[in-house]
Design a binder for this molecule. Structure first.
Ligand SMILES: Cc1cc2nc3c(=O)[nH]c(=O)nc-3n(C[C@H](O)[C@H](O)[C@H](O)COP(=O)(O)OP(=O)(O)OC[C@H]3O[C@@H](n4cnc5c(N)ncnc54)[C@H](O)[C@@H]3O)c2cc1C
Length: 481
């Protein structure tokens, strides 16, 4: 019997190897610093010309800005919120540090892992669950031994069977495009039907497939298979990618990256209009117009249609934004319950209010804090009563005291949560939107060819976009003077 660490939508499994690896990593790293709001925003002048403007201060935007600064480019970040980080957002609840978005990192995600290590930030592993809760034949839920998770893994492996052949190169998902033509049309639900999964089996894999995808009929099989490929086609890494956290949270990591970049940031500056006039680009934010030779657009795909790209973009951009890439119903909620209820790992049924519930690494003064993930449009993450009824179904007798959550779909600067492509998007749109368009280059985890849906993918695209944008600034140098 072999357990692995697992969380995000899978919880944790015991892995001696993972624990040793994380301890070693923690020992090597220096102490983490407390998460902080970025306090430094250099002076930015509207009307002043920049070599490059980066729209959006998430991991993609900050990575792009840092690269551009390193190349000697005068760079400005325009960020809509009063903080950097975007879909990575460190906060507190019940006296504990929490993450409303990105939380975990893994050595296979080399860009973020090496970044954290280089910055001297320690890492820590989440503890394992004590027990699992799964759907039963009779329609309810029951506590299960952790060995039950192996049955779920068997189903998961069947879902992505053949990925070694049709996605043999994890960072080049187009390598066997010929084999993907039909597969990229399939939803996760299509795959479940192909496999003739029973309702109960579908419920058992729901939290690691349908919930990831924003529903069985929304997410594409090729996105799940792409993650599987990135994980080396094995369940140990697939679950293990969501176990280890940087101490101090993602807020610490991005604050340190931003400080290192030296880029100027204008906060509370939602960009509304981008006009590529051929020799320069004009960017309107908060009633001010900023000017640059090149622009990196590092906002979520789901928000692209909120910006007026006045000089026009190919149809794929608008189409992809309308279709959504980030899961539009993604939510995460922290739940303070009364007393110490141990460390559950609840896998919700397909369509449940909560898809996954697991325990926060630390206990608060009032007891256990649970973390719930949901893609159910009906869940109100501010409603104690609603969360109580969802929790009572899976953990009877548990009293919910308070909740704090974030509905990423209702967040106007995200319009969705983690990336999960829909059918047809891999072959139909991804390459087109990664191409520079005039003086604009797009970035963001949503359009990564590697770890889309993770911070690592955001960094990948930020570095790439900076390289492309830097070339454009050279081409526009004469026009600036
Ligand atoms: C609930 C949840 C859990 C997750 N868990 C993990 C995890 O454990 N590990 C992991 O690696 N990843 C995880 N992810 C995914 C990860 O958060 C994202 O992939 C990553 O943070 C995306 O970075 P980005 O820079 O591409 O986009 P974003 O982080 O969305 O950054 C885009 C930025 O653009 C800004 N913006 C938007 N519109 C405008 C505008 N008009 N003008 C100016 N600025 C604008 C936004 O405010 C934001 O700061 C999770 C995501 C969610 C939602």
């Amino acid at each position: 019997m072999k357990f692995e660490k697992r969380t995000f939508f899978g919880g944790a499994r015991t892995s001696r190897r993972a624990i040793l690896k994380a301890s070693a990593a923690g020992a090597l790293g220096a102490a983490g610093v407390a998460a902080s709001h970025p306090a430094f925003a250099g002076t930015a002048e509207a009307g002043r010309t920049y070599d490059a403007i980066v729209i959006g201060g998430g991991f993609a935007g900050v990575s792009a800005a840092r690269e551009l600064k390193a190349k000697g480019k005068r760079t400005l970040i325009l960020e809509a919120r009063d903080r950097v980080g975007g879909r990575a957002w460190s906060s507190t609840f019940s006296g504990l540090p929490i993450e409303f978005g990105a939380t975990w990192i893994h050595p296979s995600q080399t860009l973020i892992w090496n970044e954290v290590q280089r910055l001297g930030i320690s890492r820590v592993d989440d503890p394992n669950p004590d027990f699992a809760v799964f759907a039963t034949e009779t329609g309810g839920y029951a506590k299960q031994e952790l060995t039950f998770l192996d049955r779920q893994d068997d189903l998961l492996r069947r879902f992505v069977e053949g990925a070694e052949t049709y996605l043999p190169r994890a960072y080049d998902p187009f390598y066997r495009e010929d084999l993907l033509v039909d597969l990229d049309k399939l939803t996760l639900g299509d795959r479940a039907r192909q496999l003739r999964l029973s309702t109960l089996e579908t419920n058992w894999v729901s939290a690691t497939t349908g919930a990831y995808g924003g529903g069985f009929e929304r997410g594409s099989l090729t996105q799940l298979a792409h993650w599987w490929a990135l994980c080396g086609y094995n369940t140990e890494t697939f679950h293990g990618i969501n176990v280890t956290r940087p101490v101090g949270g993602m807020g610490t990591v991005i604050s340190r990256m931003l400080a290192e970049s030296g880029a100027t940031v204008v906060y509370n500056a939602p960009v509304t209009k981008v006009t590529d006039i051929g020799s320069r680009v004009q960017v309107t934010a908060g009633g001010q117009v900023y000017d640059a030779a090149a622009v990196v657009v590092a906002v979520p795909v789901n928000t692209w249609n909120s910006i007026n790209f006045a000089s026009g973009l190919p149809a794929e951009f608008s189409r992809l934004s309308t279709q959504t890439v980030g899961v539009p119903t993604a939510k995460k909620v922290f739940i303070q319950v009364q007393g110490d209820i141990g460390r559950p790992l609840v896998n919700g049924k397909s369509g449940a209010l909560l898809d996954l519930v697991l325990a926060h690494a630390d206990k608060s003064a009032q007891g256990t804090v649970l973390i719930g993930f949901s893609v159910n449009p009906k869940l109100d993450v501010t409603s104690v009563a609603q969360v109580q009824s969802a929790i009572s179904e899976v953990l009877p007798g548990t009293k919910v005291l308070s909740v704090k959550g974030h509905d990423w779909g209702k967040d106007g600067y995200a319009k969705g949560g983690w990336t999960f492509r829909r059918p047809g998007q891999l072959l139909g749109s991804l390459r087109a939107v990664r191409q520079p368009h005039g003086r604009l280059v797009f970035a963001g985890s949503d359009i990564a060819t590697g770890w889309g849906g993770y911070v690592d993918g955001a960094i990948e695209t930020g570095i790439r976009a900076a390289g492309l944008a830097a070339g454009l600034t050279t081409a526009g140098a004469s026009a600036r003077s």
